[in-house]
Write a protein that binds this ligand. Structure first.
Ligand SMILES: Cc1cc2nc3c(=O)[nH]c(=O)nc-3n(C[C@H](O)[C@H](O)[C@H](O)COP(=O)(O)O)c2cc1C
Length: 214
């Protein structure tokens, strides 16, 4: 191939991962790893995650979105319901999330199905967003073709005038998705590519943990 980047290689040596580290609650363990990522000076946007969806033709798509809340119920992000991902999730609720925190040599992968966040909860979150982001949610028909990005600036100016002096309501086409996990895999990089992997599977409301070969 024209561009060979096979020399890019890093040895992972920082930590290890054992079943007893995770215990019986993978969400609590995720919380520990998420806190470590947030506190790490070399990690920006620890909450950025790849979201994979599958559209009605069976074609997969990934893109980055921001995790905004999580607990034993699942993992929440916000987006435009009419976007490519919104349309895909309306057809197929199964999604996959993945985090990669290079400075910690860690990856987390979460499989599950989405449900919609209720409108009052989404509205409460929308109201915490900066006004510019609130207007932006109105200004952009996410994932639609546009003739030029200047269209968006024009939309924004019109919206600034329309909502001048009052709060910006949450658009009907915008809201949150809760990913209810049924499988969570934790990956810790190790020397010689003998990484440590633990898969947590939800069976009859109980998490079962196994090591996986790297
Ligand atoms: C760091 C980062 C964070 C992002 N966060 C979000 C988000 O929380 N929600 C969102 O709709 N798009 C977010 N995006 C944009 C998406 O990656 C994507 O471009 C957009 O949602 C349209 O995706 P779609 O056409 O596949 O629906 C983010 C992008 C990056 C790089």
């Amino acid at each position: 191939m024209e561009h060979n980047i096979g020399h890019l290689r890093k040895s992972y040596e920082q930590d290890q991962l054992r079943l007893q580290d995770i215990g019986d609650d993978p969400i609590a363990f995720f919380h520990l790893w998420m806190n470590a990522a947030q506190q790490h000076p070399q990690i920006e946007e620890a909450n950025a995650m790849s979201l994979a969806t599958v559209d009605s033709n069976g074609r997969p798509h990934t893109r980055v979105v921001l995790l905004k809340a999580y607990d034993a119920e699942g993992f929440v992000f916000y987006t435009n319901h009419n976007s490519q991902k919104g349309r895909a999730m309306a057809q197929n609720p199964k999604v996959c999330l993945s985090f990669f925190w290079p400075a910690l040599e860690r990856q987390v992968r979460i499989n599950g199905s989405i449900t919609m966040v209720d409108v009052p909860t989404a509205t409460a979150y929308f109201e915490t967003r900066p006004r510019g982001s609130q207007l932006g949610a109105h200004a952009s028909n996410q994932s639609q073709e546009i003739s030029d990005p200047s269209e968006l600036e024009k939309n924004l100016k019109e919206l600034e005038a329309r909502f001048a002096g009052r709060s910006v309501p949450m658009p009907k086409h915008w809201g949150g998705y809760l990913v209810k996990p049924d499988e969570i895999e934790f990956w810790q990089g190790r020397p010689n590519r003998l990484h440590h992997r633990v898969r947590c599977r939800l069976v009859d409301q109980k998490w079962n943990m196994s090591y996986l070969a790297p």
